[in-house]
Ligand binder design. Structure first.
Ligand code: MRU
Length: 346
């Protein structure tokens, strides 16, 4: 099944908090529940939360008692604000809500036509995501040689998207081409997306992998065991600086120090050309309990102090390229990203 989908008038999603122990789905009946699922990371990963928000808007339209177009638009405006506030860093969330709202303004005859139109548009967002991931997979797989070991951070696979994946979509595409590859998965503290979700996905696909403590990446780079680093992105600024899961920046610096190519794989819906540089990207800080009591296992008394930034920003100078659905953007990114976002082949 897909990570997020419309099912029987509800938004159905895989509960990513339960993986790898259980594969469970939750059915959400209103947009506030969708927003809560984004905040508590039942669904996570930039493209997946974008698709969840798109379906959340369709759900808001379905549940609204409005009989006129104008009052339905007012209800959608309110739902969009709640969904956008669910998490701040991944721009796909705001991108999806804005796309749905723009579609809502595209001249529907009445409230019921708008409800139907929004569901169709949400399905389109989801279907496009899968197709885009497959295109990025094909571009990225050209960089992967037979026998490569790939270092990966966080989870960017089918679970982080509607299906297939971004950086792990490249891994999947290379594997499907018959290349013999091995993936080193940073465990990705504190939520352990690498150890729990990426490893589970590699198990499903049959791709060879090892989970690494986050602190081991430099060790294997120094030993010459890593050929390329692939990560995802939550927001890419106009100059190519990008926010991704906390720890990405230190991996990028280590890769440069060790002369290893470092790529981010991101659909153009993750590019935010309104921001000149990564310094403007809002970074989410999550509750300290995720650090002190990961998954219910206390490693300190709860009153101990901790900080928990969910993302960091990697300056564009560490990037070999940005793999998009329109090709691989290369420096200078201010030019190549603008063209990729405009739909040009780069
Ligand atoms: O906090 P998360 O798990 O939502 O963070 C996810 C990431 O940082 C991913 O690398 C990013 O969203 C790209 S996913 C295709």
């Amino acid at each position: 099944m897909r990570t997020v989908e419309w099912h029987d008038g509800n938004v159905r999603m895989i509960d990513q908090k339960a993986i790898p122990w259980k594969l469970e789905v939750v059915d959400l009946k209103d947009y506030a529940a969708v927003a809560a699922a984004i905040t508590d990371m039942t669904v996570r990963g930039a493209p997946a939360i974008g698709a969840a928000a798109a379906f959340g808007m369709a759900l808001a339209a379905k549940n609204s008692p409005a009989t006129s177009l104008a009052s339905l638009l007012t209800d959608l405006d309110q739902a969009g604000a709640v969904l956008k506030a669910a998490r701040p860093t991944a721009v796909n969330l705001a991108w999806a809500v804005d796309r749905m709202f723009k579609h809502a303004l595209s001249g529907f005859a009445d409230a019921q036509a708008l409800r139907d139109g929004l569901l169709t548009e949400a399905q389109r967002v989801a279907d496009e995501d899968v197709a885009i991931n497959q295109r990025m997979g094909a571009y990225g797989a050209a960089l992967i040689q037979d026998g490569f070991t790939i270092l990966h951070h966080c989870n960017t696979g089918a679970l982080a998207t509607v299906d297939y994946g971004t950086a792990l979509g490249v891994v999947r595409a290379a594997f499907e081409q018959g290349k013999r590859i091995h993936v080193l998965l940073d465990e990705t503290r504190p939520r352990l997306q690498g150890a729990r979700l990426s490893a589970w996905e590699m198990e499903q696909l049959g791709v060879s992998y090892d989970i690494l403590p986050d602190t081991a990446a430099g060790y294997y780079m120094q030993k010459g065991e890593i050929n390329i680093v692939l990560v995802g992105a939550d927001r890419v600024a106009a100059n190519g600086d990008f926010a991704n899961k906390i720890g990405t920046y230190q991996v990028a610096v280590l890769a440069k120090e060790n002369g290893i190519p470092f790529y981010t794989v991101a659909p153009t819906s993750t590019v935010d050309l309104t921001l000149a540089s990564g310094a403007e990207i809002p970074i989410e800080e999550r509750d300290k309990s995720e650090v002190l009591t990961p998954y219910g296992h206390a490693i300190t008394p709860p009153h101990f102090h901790a900080r928990n930034p969910a993302f960091d920003v990697t300056p564009h100078r560490y990037l070999s390229g940005i793999i998009t659905e329109n090709g691989i953007a290369r420096p200078p990114f201010t030019d190549s990203l603008k063209r990729a976002v405009a739909g040009e082949k780069v």
